[in-house]
Design a protein around this ligand. Sequence first.
Ligand code: FDA
Length: 513
Amino acid sequence: ASASPQKYQNFLQCLSEHSSKSYPISKVVYTPINSSYSSVLDFSIRNLLFSKPETPKPLLIITPSHVSHIQAAVICSKSHGLQIRTRSGGHDFEGLSYVAYRPFIVVDLINLRSVKVEVENNTAWVESGATLGELYYRIGEKSRTLAFPAGVCPTVGIGGHFSGGGYGLMLRKFGLAADNVIDAYLVDANGKVLDKESMGEDLFWAIRGGGGGSFGIVVAWKIKLVPVPETVTICSTDRNLEEDAIKLIHRWQYVGNKLDENIYLGIILTGGNASTQAGITNPTARFFSLFLGRADELVTTLSTIFPELGLIKQDCVEASWVESTLIIPIGVQPIETLEPLLNRTLTTLDSTKIKSDYITEPIPVAAIKDIWQRLKTQDIETSQLVFVPYGGRMSQISESETPFSHRARYLFKIGYVVGWKDQSLKAKKRHISWLREVYEYMAPFVSKSPRAAYTNYRDLDIGSNNKYGKTSYKRASVWGLKYFGNNFDRLVYVKTKVDPYDFFRHEQSIPTL
Ligand code: FDA
C-alpha cells in the first residue's frame, strides 16, 4: 500500500471537501503510516488466508461515523481512479471486503452499527456495521416475543449478510433475512443517498439478495420483526456409529423439508483431526433442532415422524428466542448472560474455504457412505458438511421475488467447509484439495445446469470476473447463474442502469452490459 504523499494529500483534501464539517472525516481515516492502520484492518479479518504479509493492502481505510463520509469516499475514489471495498463484518469467505488487486481503499462500517427497535410496529432500523449478535441482543432487550430470521454466527455483519440473502434456523418459517427487509438507505455510485422510494423497485429488489459490493453501499436496513413464542426449544444429538448415522442421514432427507415449519432439524457432519485430539471420535453426525414451541411437543412430534432419531427431552433445552441465538453457536446448555452476543472478537481464527450445493433428489446410501469415509481423513484439521433443510416458507416464496432464486425446487442445501490453523503452503493445498475433491465427488447427486450455489458462501472456484479489466456478461454468467439462476439477467440489467461505469466492482460483482 503506497502512494505519493502528494496523492494522499489530494485525496484527503477531496474527502474533507465532500463530507460534513460537523463530523471531521480526518478522525476516521487511517493511512499506512497511522499506528492504528494494521489493527483497524485486521480487526474484522475473519479468514487467515487473507491476512498474510503478501496480501494486497488498502491505500487507506475509512471508518465512517456519518453518512457523508461514505458519500465523500465514493465521490473521491471515483475521481481519483481508486476502487472501494466495503466491509461490514468482514466474514466474506474470499476476503473480497478488504482485498483487491488494483489500488483501493476500504470503507469499514464498524462505527455505523446502531440498532433501533420499534416494538410498537414490529420493525427495526439496523445499520450495516452492526453484527447479527448486536441485532439479536437489541431485539431481546425490548421484547422476548419478537425475533429476526437471520444467521447463526453472532459476529457476522449485517451489511454483507443481508446483501446476500442471509439464512438462519427460522428460514422454514419466515424465509431469509433479505425476505424481511422493508426499506434501506444506500449510497449509490454517484454518492447520492437513496431510500426505497427514491432508489426505485429494481434497485430495491437487487440489494435484497443480489450479493454485496455491486450496487452501492447500504448504510442501514429497515426490517420486519417476526413473532415467536416466549419459549423455544433447542436440541442436539450426536450419532457416530457408522450404520446408525448413515441410515439416519438418509432418512432425514425425506423428513427434514416436510416437517411443520416451526421445526428446523438440520445435520452437521464433522470430520478431521482437531476434535480427535480432544478425545472425540469423528466423523460425527449432529442432528440439530430449533423449535418454535416447547420441548415436549417437539419430542412427541419427532417420535411419530422420525422415530429412528430417538430424540429425547434430555437432548434439549428450553429458552427465550434471544437466548437461543447464543445457545446455538456454543452448544446445548443453559446460558447466564447475553453479553457475549455483543462481542465482535472471534475466539479463534482459522484459514477457511467453503463451497455449497443444492439438492433436488435424496442422495443414495452408497454416496453417504463415501462421504463418511472421506470425513475420516486424518490429514484434515476440521471438515464440516452442513445440511440445511428447505421446504416450509422457502417453498412459498417465488424464485423471482428477490434475487435469491433457490426456493421450492430444493429439498436442502449443503455447505462444505474446511478450517485449518497450520499456516504452511502444504496445509493450505491439502485442505483446499480435499474440499474440491469432495465437491467433485458430489456432482452426480446435486443440482445441475447450472449447479446452484449460495452467494453468501462466496467461492471463486465456481467462476470469477476479470480482476484487471471489464468483465463480459458471458464470463460473469458462469458464476452468476449458479448463484442467482434466472434472476441473474435482471441483476445485470439493474447494475447497468444504476452503475453503468462499473464503479462497485470485485471478483464476483454483477457486471454491466
Ligand atoms: P463482509 O463485510 O466481508 O462483506 C461481504 C460482502 O458484502 C463483500 O463483497 C462486501 O464488500 C459486501 N458488503 C459488506 N457490507 C456492505 C454494505 N453495507 N453494502 C454493500 N455491500 C456490502 N451466512 C448465512 O446465510 N447464514 C449463516 O448462519 C452464516 N454463518 C456464517 C458463519 C461464519 C463464521 C462465516 C465466516 C460466515 C457465515 N455466513 C452465514 C456467511 C455470511 O452471511 C457472509 O459471509 C456475509 O456476506 C458476511 O457479511 P459481512 O458483513 O460479515 O461480510
